[in-house]
Write a protein that binds this ligand. Sequence first.
Ligand SMILES: NC(=O)c1ccc[n+]([C@@H]2O[C@H](COP(=O)([O-])OP(=O)(O)OC[C@H]3O[C@@H](n4cnc5c(N)ncnc54)[C@H](O)[C@@H]3O)[C@@H](O)[C@H]2O)c1
Ligand SMILES: O=c1ccn([C@@H]2O[C@H](COP(=O)(O)OP(=O)(O)O[C@H]3O[C@H](CO)[C@@H](O)[C@H](O)[C@H]3O)[C@@H](O)[C@H]2O)c(=O)[nH]1
Length: 328
Amino acid sequence: MVAPRILVTGGAGYIGSHTAKLLRLEGIEPVVYDNLTTGNRSAVRWGPFVQGDILDGRRLIEVIEAHQPDAVIHFAASAYVGESVADPAKYYNNNVRGTLSLLDACRQTGVDKVIFSSSCATYGVPAVLPIDEATPQAPINPYGKTKLVAEHMLADYAAAFALNYVSLRYFNACGADPEGDLGEWHDPETHLIPRALMAAAGRIPHLEIFGEDYDTPDGTCVRDYIHVADLASAHVLAYRHLAKGGGNVALNLGTGRGFSIKEVLRTIGEITGHDVPVVFRRRRAGDPPALYADAGLACRTLGFLPRYSDLETIVRTAAPFFGLEVRS
Ligand SMILES: NC(=O)c1ccc[n+]([C@@H]2O[C@H](COP(=O)([O-])OP(=O)(O)OC[C@H]3O[C@@H](n4cnc5c(N)ncnc54)[C@H](O)[C@@H]3O)[C@@H](O)[C@H]2O)c1
Ligand SMILES: O=c1ccn([C@@H]2O[C@H](COP(=O)(O)OP(=O)(O)O[C@H]3O[C@H](CO)[C@@H](O)[C@H](O)[C@H]3O)[C@@H](O)[C@H]2O)c(=O)[nH]1
């Protein structure tokens, strides 16, 4: 039997590169399609690389015709909440227009399975926690709105054309490849855990904490931190679900536990032996106070069970990329 092949848009990025590695280990060839705006060429090591933009529909069709993938995993997007508030045009263009361009290329070439990177940012400020998939989706920032539009596009294309999909609503991706091959390499880096590790390592003078006056137990934002290796495994499971004729579905990918910024910093101090120097700033626009998942549906539908997503393992795997030793 010929090995399955998957087109991985955004496969040079953080979550995409970890997923490409796992696909290869699982006997599936990842063909990475990425414009390298935030991704790294050096992170593409487990299959062919094509440099291209999802907005370029003609090129997408050429690449799909050349490689004949069985499915697409669609990571490529602009993905910063704060930036999306300042520059919504960038987000509507890349995330909405880009996804439309990709879905049209799939339709024209007969690719009928799509796994999409959605986000808990589509829920906005939920009335009830934890967030299950029936929670109303009312995003409060342009980034979350573009992800919600893309989810709607998938559902409408699936209803009208021969398309099957899984939308995966990730909570906060973090950590690094447990074997040390890949990490989170963004420039500039904006995410909490890498910024905190940079501050602990003395690479930046301090971590800025955006808001200490939220209605949360210690006043800082609460998030559900899910290890990137667990996210990668969910994509393999989602592909297998579609390959065996499983139905269209949107699933939360989280742990079910929320941690405040201060709790994250405490774990970093314990594991690395370095305190994180902090300064407090005002709230960042577009941030909900608390987000954590009810992750039961992904478990029931895909058999998804996080293995690496405790804060200690997250910090242990990520810290070495910032030159920090971890305590045994
Ligand atoms: N990091 C998180 O916590 C998180 C949480 C929820 C959802 N997501 C979603 O997961 C996906 C991957 O996120 P990430 O953290 O790995 O981000 P990332 O920035 O590391 O990866 C995105 C990749 O897409 C590529 N890309 C962007 N626009 C493109 C375009 N027009 N054409 C081709 N390639 C393009 C980038 O070069 C990069 O390699 C995104 O869709 C993001 O919205 C991320
Ligand atoms: O230097 C920093 C960086 C972040 N934060 C705060 O830490 C929390 C987490 O922020 P960040 O790591 O930037 O993640 P999110 O803004 O939650 O967004 C990430 O997680 C979302 C799901 O929650 C994804 O959809 C996005 O793509 C991804 O960037 C937020 O309260 C931030 O305000 C700080 O206080 N200081």
